[in-house]
Write a protein that binds this ligand. Sequence first.
Ligand SMILES: Cc1cc2nc3c(=O)[nH]c(=O)nc-3n(C[C@H](O)[C@H](O)[C@H](O)COP(=O)(O)OP(=O)(O)OC[C@H]3O[C@@H](n4cnc5c(N)ncnc54)[C@H](O)[C@@H]3O)c2cc1C
Ligand code: SF4
Ligand code: SF4
Ligand code: SF4
Length: 564
Amino acid sequence: MDVKKLKNFPAISISVTGTPPTPTGTWRRRTPVHQERLSPCTDLCPCAGNIPTWMDLIAKGNLDAAWRELTDENPFPLITGRVCYRFCEQECNRKGFDDRVSVGAVERFLGEYAIKHHLHPSAQLNQLMTPVTVAVIGGGPAGLSAAHFLARAGCDVTIFDENEELGGLLRYGIPAYRLPKKLLEQEISSMVIELGGKAQMRARVDRDALLRACEKFDHVVVALGAHKTRALFHVREEENLLNSGLDFLSMVSSGRVDGLKVEHAEHVCVIGGGNTAIDVARSVLRLGQKSGTKVTIMYRRSEEEMPAHKDEIAVAKREGVRFVFLTSPRHIIRREDGKRELRCVRMILGESDESGRRRVEEADGVEFTITCDLAFSAIGESSDVAAIISETALPHSEEDVYLEKVVCAGDALYGPRSVSEAIASGKEAAKAIIRRVTGVHHDVASKDVVREQEIKFHYLAKLRANPNIFLEHQLTQKGFRDFAETTRTMTREMAEKEAARCINCGTCIACNRCFDFCPDVSIIKMADNSYTINTDMCKGCGLCADVCERGVIVFDDMEEVNDD
Ligand SMILES: Cc1cc2nc3c(=O)[nH]c(=O)nc-3n(C[C@H](O)[C@H](O)[C@H](O)COP(=O)(O)OP(=O)(O)OC[C@H]3O[C@@H](n4cnc5c(N)ncnc54)[C@H](O)[C@@H]3O)c2cc1C
Ligand code: SF4
Ligand code: SF4
Ligand code: SF4
């Protein structure tokens, strides 16, 4: 370059000789801040750590590190990747641009990858916790999650469960076509048993047994779930003609349904509108496949009010489950030929109640009859934890002292909810015990959420999600293969591509764009790949914040600096 020719351009300072850039920090009227923020997906997931971080690691092909990052907060990705209602995807910042990122499907892939590659969590042995003994009552997702985090912290953990196998509703509620039992066992074994967690099965814990556990163990986690089937009070039964849907699913899981003769039924009715009703109906379809059993779900409100997950309703319809809405049985009788007659009435929706839900009332009281061979009640469950934990324990009594050792978790604590919420609650129970023992309390600073309007979409290319992500077998009633899984796990290539669609909202992935684009060389890259801003040099032009598509660099309030 001919330097002499540049003499005619005095307003621009170009260094060709290596002189340091002008410290333009004094010009600055606003200051950029480089800070980690919360993504909407992480904000909505009950049990995740930082979704953008493990998504970035997958996109870069570092699957082992991604699994470790993910399982630091959620020890059961293989399970949640299959059955979680994917709260994380609801507000994905990509949803208005092209498609939401399929976080759940990627999580499922990662969980399966870990099993295939024998990945194990590292125990974070904490010397203080080593002699501590903990009894966990209930081996569902809440109890298993508590056991995992306590065992990882070095506690001696024993799970007590009345069933024959661990898993709670994951094993005895959710059918195998949604969560294969072998995979469930593998993840429980890897994340609980191999960490040293012990299990005593067929061990029903009543009130006395709970007090004995409090005497013997330093701490007790109660995670009994919510299994009490709600009664259909308004239905008159002449004998016990209604079967419990939850008991039926438990029998299906244990392979003991022979007594009910479901496989020969012509028509089965399921009363209810939640997930239990859908799982009962789909299980009946499978058992009655050879005789072409017809299944009807009867719900007293309309489809929009159904508490079941929308995806589940759609799949049930596709498989052949029939729905009758705004219908409620009043009277059930047994006919001479053994069939049940459900005398029903039509319902109408009225005004909304305090919860915003529309009231339901009888339309005209005119009865009509639906005939079936079997009828299941699946109107929901409730917690009966009070049966073993006294709510009337007298203060300062011996019992009260024992019960101070108890921490409750999962559905037993707040009523029927979901698997990922139970996992989160079990983790919280473990943390509460760890806090009691160590006396160390970690305050987690709250971060603000990066919303869609802050994402720099002008730097992003539209990339539609692969339509085959769930690889669903589009089953019709003829297509069932017993209880074989109806969806398949994505391939590694698909998972890496999908993870690369993630914008990593609020998480710095060390892409270097702010560093490369800053005209004043004020972005400093540290040895650990983090970035800091040199305010002596930064003139507040805003380029760094503009090129950071994920909203990591923001400006503090219009700071009035250097006015003199
Ligand atoms: C049919 C069905 C389908 C569902 N599908 C989904 C789904 O797709 N996705 C989702 O997120 N959620 C789903 N849920 C909800 C989810 O399964 C529960 O919210 C979750 O399992 C609660 O976990 P938990 O550990 O609190 O309780 P549970 O899973 O109920 O586990 C409690 C454990 O405690 C044991 N126990 C109980 N009483 C005693 C006692 N006295 N002594 C010893 N052991 C005892 C039980 O044997 C059981 O193993 C579904 C629920 C049902 C019923
Ligand atoms: S646990 Fe559920 S909400 Fe959380 S990341 Fe997985 S699929 Fe999403
Ligand atoms: S783009 Fe990625 S980080 Fe952002 S909300 Fe969606 S899944 Fe979460
Ligand atoms: S531009 Fe890249 S390196 Fe800079 S803050 Fe954003 S993500 Fe991090």
